[in-house]
Design a binder for this molecule. Structure first.
Ligand code: NAI
Ligand code: MG
Length: 341
């Protein structure tokens, strides 16, 4: 059998870290079926050259010809650009990848028993303000901008929680203010056991909740209290970058975009224009994203091997990129991971 993986480096350091993830996968040898890679186009650069940020062909190859994918990052501008829309937001919708799963784990030193930070942010991935229904009108007193926020009765995170020792889900919301939208999110997560009519299975999952602003505060003061944090799209986006600061760098934190029939690995970071092209991007978030993708495809042993090699390289501290205080290049870090593998 073969494992067909679509590679979408897209923009900026995406083009530097996705090849690193590919090399790591290729080094796993007989732990995996034969690998077949498809290089696929997307991104803002592509848009400026061709007028399209997400070619139809990329979506079709992913749907028809791939078992999974890895996405790099896209350089979406902060100003409005006519005709442009973020290809990663579109891909998540096209492939119905409704959950974004982001484990944030510190690497325990030799003397520590457990990592100080060991949590998963589960971010709803296709709704909330990211439906991008915005409008601008002119009123007597000036411009007025509005955005629609969509929350539907569809949540996840419990299966994940079941597989963890602490089995604790914390719902992140702001339903003290947004009692309809965040209220629905909160109630839906609370009702998951009954909703799925498998109450017995989830009895062991403890459900806690926290208002988003104080969740950020507590995250910085006592990150160890969190296990699985489940959040609407925007809060999850912000929380996961914040959590990344606790473990040393955005360049370490992986994610997968997951749906019922497809999984796409993606580092949590963006295209990092400030370091693009210098060969110093940290490849470990992308490499860990490849491991996470394998885990979702049930290649646990291969995923474990990658994670162990990455943890070794971080703990040893000899080959680290500047974001982690080191002096190594992207390629030096990749070589160190491959040697360990
Ligand atoms: P960013 O995540 O690209 O960078 C934030 C900071 O972290 C920068 O100082 C960067 O150098 C550093 N950094 C990030 N990844 C790193 C890595 N692997 N190794 C070393 N340092 C790393 O966020 P920023 O700068 O706000 O956004 C840049 C562009 O990325 C924007 O156009 C934004 O739209 C896009 N973006 C795309 C995302 C995606 O494709 N899913 C997610 C977030 C941002
Ligand atoms: Mg983000």
């Amino acid at each position: 059998s073969t494992l067909r993986i679509g590679l979408i480096p897209a923009d900026g350091i995406g083009r530097e870290v996705i090849p690193a993830a590919r090399r790591t996968l290729e080094a796993l040898g007989s732990d995996l079926p034969k690998l077949e890679f498809r290089d696929l186009l997307a991104g803002f650069d592509l848009f400026t050259r061709t007028g399209t940020a997400l070619p139809r062909e990329t979506v079709e190859v992913l749907k028809e010809g791939c078992d999974a994918a890895l996405f790099g990052a896209v350089s979406s501008p902060s100003r409005k650009v006519a005709g442009y829309s973020s290809p990663i937001v579109a891909l998540r919708k096209e492939l119905d990848l409704y959950a974004n799963i982001r484990p944030v784990v510190s690497v325990a030193s030799e003397s520590e028993e457990r990592p100080a930070v060991d949590l998963i942010v589960v971010r709803e991935n296709t709704e909330c303000l990211y439906v991008k229904q915005e409008s601008l009108t002119q009123t007597a007193s000036g411009k007025e901008a509005r955005a629609t926020r969509l929350i539907t009765e569809r949540t996840m995170a419990f299966e994940l929680a079941l597989a963890r020792p602490r089995k604790q889900v914390t719902i992140i919301h702001k339903s003290n203010v947004l009692s309809v939208t965040d209220g629905l999110f909160r109630e839906t997560v609370r009702a998951v056991p009954q909703l799925l009519e498998v109450a017995g299975r989830f009895d062991s999952v403890a459900i806690a909740e926290q208002i988003v602003d104080s969740a950020v505060y507590r995250l910085f003061r006592e990150p160890e209290i969190y296990d699985v944090m489940v959040a609407p799209n925007l809060y999850g986006d912000i929380l996961s970058d914040a959590a990344a600061a606790l473990v040393g760098s955005l360049g370490l934190v992986p994610s997968v975009n997951a749906g019922d029939s497809f999984v796409m690995g993606e580092p949590v970071h963006g295209s990092a224009p400030d370091i693009e092209g210098q060969g110093i991007a940290n490849p470990l978030a992308a490499i860990r994203s490849a491991a996470l993708m394998l885990r979702h495809l049930k290649y646990q042993d291969a995923a474990d091997r990658i994670d162990a090699a990455v943890n070794h390289v971080v703990r040893e501290g000899q080959f680290l990129t500047p974001d982690l205080g080191g002096k190594s290049k992207t390629d030096d870090v990749v070589e160190a991971v491959l040697r360990r593998l």
